[in-house]
Design a protein around this ligand. Structure first.
Ligand SMILES: Cc1cc2nc3c(=O)[nH]c(=O)nc-3n(C[C@H](O)[C@H](O)[C@H](O)COP(=O)(O)OP(=O)(O)OC[C@H]3O[C@@H](n4cnc5c(N)ncnc54)[C@H](O)[C@@H]3O)c2cc1C
Length: 492
């Protein structure tokens, strides 16, 4: 059963229908010998889009260049081919609106459906959430996938691509989750545009989702306050392309011992050397490629200028760094890997999730016009105001400030998937805890239940594959995982 291809008689169920699931289906359709009886995608959202690329707002751009925003790791970006074929004048380093990537994914999804249909395989979507995946009643007969509408699907193979689609609600807001002037997450962005013209929202968060909120709200001249414990905005870049050179960083990292007292210094030296080697012309010392101002909007202004004058060579090694960290830590126990990432987060997080230079320009203009404020620290108290809106107190003894709305944009919860309950996998409210470690997988991304059984014919990709892959929220990573899964399902 282990190396059986997904052939006649196969029933594949895909849990989640976002970009990662689309990458798997797109690549699967390219294997001519994959001819299952049926493929069923289960997702409450329309298949093909997912959360990040499901937005329709043209202001919200990718922070990854076209080069790496691709469902497949081909010599030329598949997104570039798609856009060029439709007359879009884009180059490989451009950052395009995420809505365009959504359209691309949706079209590739439809193409995969057509290709499989021509082989006699019906691909359909079921609009529901999956609660559990259990072994079939008769051993060796596959799996039963239970849905939140009470239906049960039979599967010989399962791909789990659930992403992290649930916005994180800060502790202080848990009791007010239903408050009419609380927006949990900035999407769909139409909810932000529908706020009254004189709305004065407080956005909790200062990373990508919070910046999306500031871009949408600022466009209609509303005054927005962003806040987070760090009070930091991401760095600024004008490209994130695939690495130009062989994996030099990975080779360097593999020689290091994380237990050594020189480890942090050695990693920093490796990064400095990688930036110098990647830079096509002499660039300023690494320390002069970042803003150092404590105030976020001033620092943004500095980093905007550095990017516009080409003084940020660090951006040339980011794709290599992500790849090197993912390859180097593959197979490490999650706890060790997460400890390592936490150690280097202050050094690299702003750069890994840097924002496009065009978005930075707009934010800087909002800041200059007094429409955008970024504060360090969250309110010490945040509560519904008696006459509507919210009261935020920034210091225990300070006066409360009034905001008409609160937008929770402090990121997403890791997918709630557990693999140590009675089911092989349980999702969302059926999971034993939203804080479970990601389900363990082997090198082929196949679920290996903690009781030592398996590997199962269940594959984990995207955020659900976080047990093996450190940095998963990046389509280029999902494209590589999809390749492994499609090869496996084709049993090559
Ligand atoms: C604001 C923002 C901007 C981003 N920008 C970029 C970018 O520019 N470039 C880039 O490469 N990456 C970007 N990312 C990361 C991006 O999300 C990933 O690259 C990728 O799109 C994730 O796709 P996914 O399919 O794994 O997850 P998602 O897009 O989250 O899709 C998962 C799907 O699973 C469904 N689902 C969840 N639970 C269940 C269940 N129990 N049953 C059935 N269905 C379920 C959800 O409804 C959803 O449709 C961004 C992320 C955010 C939040």
């Amino acid at each position: 059963m282990d190396s059986r291809p997904l052939g006649t008689g196969g029933r594949l169920v895909v849990v989640g229908g976002g970009a990662s699931a689309t990458a798997v289906l797109h690549q699967l359709a390219r294997h001519v010998d994959v001819r299952p009886d049926s493929v069923t995608v289960v997702d409450p959202r329309p298949a093909g889009f997912g959360v990040a690329f499901g937005t329709a707002d043209p202001r919200l751009r990718c922070n990854t260049s076209v080069d790496v925003t691709s469902l497949r790791r081909a010599r030329q970006s598949d997104l570039l081919r798609y856009l060029a074929a439709r007359g879009w004048p884009v180059s490989r380093s451009d950052f395009v609106p995420r809505a365009l990537v959504g359209q691309y994914c949706r079209e590739r999804f439809t193409e995969a459906r057509r290709t499989l249909a021509a082989r006699g395989c019906a691909l359909r979507q079921v609009t529901a959430r999956v609660d559990t995946v259990r072994p079939a009643t008769r051993p060796g007969q596959g799996y039963l996938v239970t849905l939140n509408d009470g239906h049960i699907l039979e599967a010989t193979d399962v791909v789990v691509a659930v992403g992290g689609d649930q916005p994180r609600l800060p502790e202080e807001l848990r009791d007010h989750a239903d408050h009419p002037e609380l927006l949990v997450g900035p999407y769909p962005s139409g909810r932000l545009r529908a706020l009254p013209e004189d709305a004065r929202p407080l956005v909790l968060g200062s990373k990508l989702s919070a910046i999306d909120a500031a871009l949408v709200l600022g466009a209609s001249r509303r005054r927005v306050t962003l806040c987070s414990p760090s009070g930091e905005l991401p760095a600024v870049r004008d490209r994130l392309c695939r690495p130009a050179r062989a994996a030099g960083l990975l080779a360097g990292l593999r020689t290091l011992d994380p237990g050594s007292s020189h480890f942090d210094l050695a990693v920093t030296k490796l990064l400095v050397r990688a930036v110098r080697d990647a830079s096509p012309r002499p660039s300023p010392a690494l320390g002069r490629q970042f803003g150092t101002e404590p105030e976020a909007l001033q620092r943004l202004g500095t980093e905007l200028r550095q990017t516009e004058t080409g003084a940020n060579a660090w951006q040339l090694v980011i794709a290599e760094l992500i790849e090197a960290v993912n390859d180097w830590t593959q197979g490490w126990p999650c706890r060790d890997r997460d400890r390592l990432l936490a150690r280097f987060r202050p050094l690299i997080a702003r750069h890994i999730s840097a924002i496009p230079v065009s978005s930075a320009r707009i934010l800087a203009q909002h800041g200059l016009a007094g429409r955008l404020v970024v504060r360090r620290g969250n309110p010490t108290s945040l509560a519904p105001a008696p006459g509507g809106g919210w009261h935020a107190q920034w210091r225990p003894e300070g006066a409360a400030e009034h905001y008409t709305h609160v937008v929770a944009a402090a990121g997403y919860r890791p997918p709630a998937v557990c693999s140590h309950g009675p089911a092989l996998l349980a999702f969302g409210t059926a999971a034993c805890s939203p804080h479970c470690a990601p389900p363990p997988t082997d090198a082929r991304l196949r679920l290996t239940p903690p009781d030592g059984g398996g590997p199962e014919r269940i594959w984990m990709v995207g955020a659900a594959g976080g047990a093996r892959t450190a940095i998963v929220n990046y389509l280029w990573t999902a494209a590589a995982q999809a390749d492994v899964v499609a090869e496996n399902l084709a049993a090559r």
